[in-house]
Design a protein around this ligand. Structure first.
Ligand code: CMC
Length: 429
């Protein structure tokens, strides 16, 4: 294969180098496009054809349905690893030894108290506030309580910021739920594992012990692993672009949480469950909703279906579907919503509209059914996604800073009015 791509603009030919990744993906390096062509830019709304960076964290092949973190397959990690090991792997590049993992967990636990004044901020929110809004605000507020900026040239400084956010974030997650449910804010129990502690912090009632259910612990651990990174998705790109202005880690993460909230991204898990509930309340007629999803005059979309990159099964959805069956079976939960979801999936996979457009169930299609079986309220689903995605965002932010990437600042093609004289207010119609 040639090492360059040739582009002809206004009759002049320009050569651009090709960049090849370790999995043989090829990109055209257009860093010098504007200078070589006297200001010509590329236009790519939604960045469907744009590689924003080179990254060594996550590989995903949408045609083959492959997802790997640092070279390890998602299937193997979901089966054999724990969430905190995966977090370490994503952030630092290698699976930790037992000693490294123990130290990592110890350092995180040492940071798992948030300033008491954060309670005052939570008190000011109405109970009706959406948990994602609360979580984004609280994450941003951490900047005020931890004002020293990270010296990214110091691995030690970087490490301290990382364990700090990994320690405090689960507390914020739990508090958004407890606030909503009118429960006293709780700090959990540092003698527990990371995921066990999250569950205890979320669900412990003030008047009795919280008993951990290993089925729930394993299911949440797996869900968090499956959500932990997904290369340059909307929220991760947001974290990288905000961080590229040298905004701090917590501020960058808070922006990522806001990006994740949207129903086309992480908010889809809430939207899926609401959709399934709506179909159930409407008599369970899945065919009616399939028709709506295909009708171009109807804004309805089959939530939890389709993906920008996967044009084959989302490997995470395969694992989660199996897990939904196992978890609900083991917990003895019968949820008619699961049958509606399976019915919709079957119809979609046999329907030419979905087949032709390569629309398959994504990670969000079945995850909400598991969260619901764990008694997690629907509007908390995206918060759980954020908890899982945290290590990925951190890893991507760290990589971006260590690679000394320039500030993210795309160009545009201006299509507004050309120059015109100012019109006095009494002359305007
Ligand atoms: N239901 C019905 N039609 C769909 C759907 C859907 N869920 N998704 C895509 N299409 C159609 C779309 O109308 C278009 O049709 P046409 O070519 O006739 O105009 C075609 O498929 C391509 O869609 P697109 O919107 O151009 O694709 P995209 O890559 O810009 O969007 C997506 C990807 C995930 C935003 C989109 O598939 C979608 O809105 N899905 C539902 C929301 C959802 O489940 N989001 C979670 C994504 S996975 C979690 C995460 O990591 O974010």
């Amino acid at each position: 294969m040639a090492n360059t791509a040739t582009l002809e603009v206004n009759g002049e030919k320009h050569e651009f180098p090709l960049v090849k990744g370790t999995e043989n993906e090829v990109g055209i390096d257009i860093k010098n496009l504007r200078s070589a062509t006297n200001g010509v830019v590329t236009i790519d709304p939604g960045y469907k054809n744009t590689g924003s960076c080179e990254s060594a964290i996550t590989f995903l092949d949408g045609e083959k349905g492959i997802l790997r973190y640092r070279g390890y397959s998602i299937e193997e990690l979901a089966e054999k690893a724990e969430f905190l090991e995966v977090a370490y792997l994503l952030i630092f590049g290698e699976l930790p030894t037992q000693e490294q993992l123990d130290k990592f967990h110890k350092d995180i636990k040492a940071q798992s108290v948030v300033d008491e004044d954060v309670r005052k901020i939570i008190d000011a929110f109405p109970k009706s506030a959406h948990p994602m809004g609360v979580l984004a605000s609280l994450t941003s507020a951490l900047t005020a309580f931890n004002p020293s900026s990270v010296n990214v040239n110091s691995e030690e400084d970087m490490y301290k910021a990382i364990v700090k956010i990994l320690g405090k974030f689960p507390v914020l997650v739990a508090w958004t739920l407890r606030k909503k449910q009118g429960l006293p804010l709780d700090y959990g129990d540092n003698s527990l594992g990371y995921v066990e502690n999250v569950l205890k912090m979320m669900f412990k009632q003030p008047n009795c012990e919280y008993e951990l259910d290993p089925i729930v612990v394993n299911a949440l651990d797996k869900l968090l692993i499956l959500h932990a990174d997904h290369e340059q998705n909307c929220s991760t790109s947001t974290v990288r672009i905000v961080g590229s202005s040298h905004a701090g880690l917590f501020a960058s993460l808070s922006a990522g949480i806001s990006a994740l909230w949207g129903p086309l991204h992480g908010g889809a898990n809430q939207a899926v469950l609401e959709m399934l509930e709506g179909i159930k309340a409407d008599g369970g007629d899945t065919k009616k909703y399939m028709a709506k999803a295909k009708d171009k005059d109807d804004p309805f979309r089959l939530m939890g279906f389709g993906h920008r990159v996967y044009k084959n099964f989302d490997p995470r959805a395969k694992i989660i579907k199996k897990s939904a069956d196992d978890v609900l079976g083991n917990l003895g939960v019968e949820d008619p919503i699961l049958d509606i979801a399976k019915g919709l999936e079957k119809e979609a996979l046999e329907d030419s509209y979905f087949v032709d457009r390569k629309l398959y169930p994504n990670v969000d299609f079945y995850s909400g059914i598991i969260y619901r079986a764990m008694n997690i309220p629907t509007d908390m689903f995206t918060v759980m996604f954020a908890l899982g995605r945290l290590p990925g965002w951190i890893a991507q932010w760290r990589e971006m800073r260590l690679n000394q990437e320039p500030i993210g600042r795309p160009r545009q093609i201006y299509t507004g009015e050309t120059h015109r004289p100012f019109k006095a207010i009494d002359k305007r119609s």
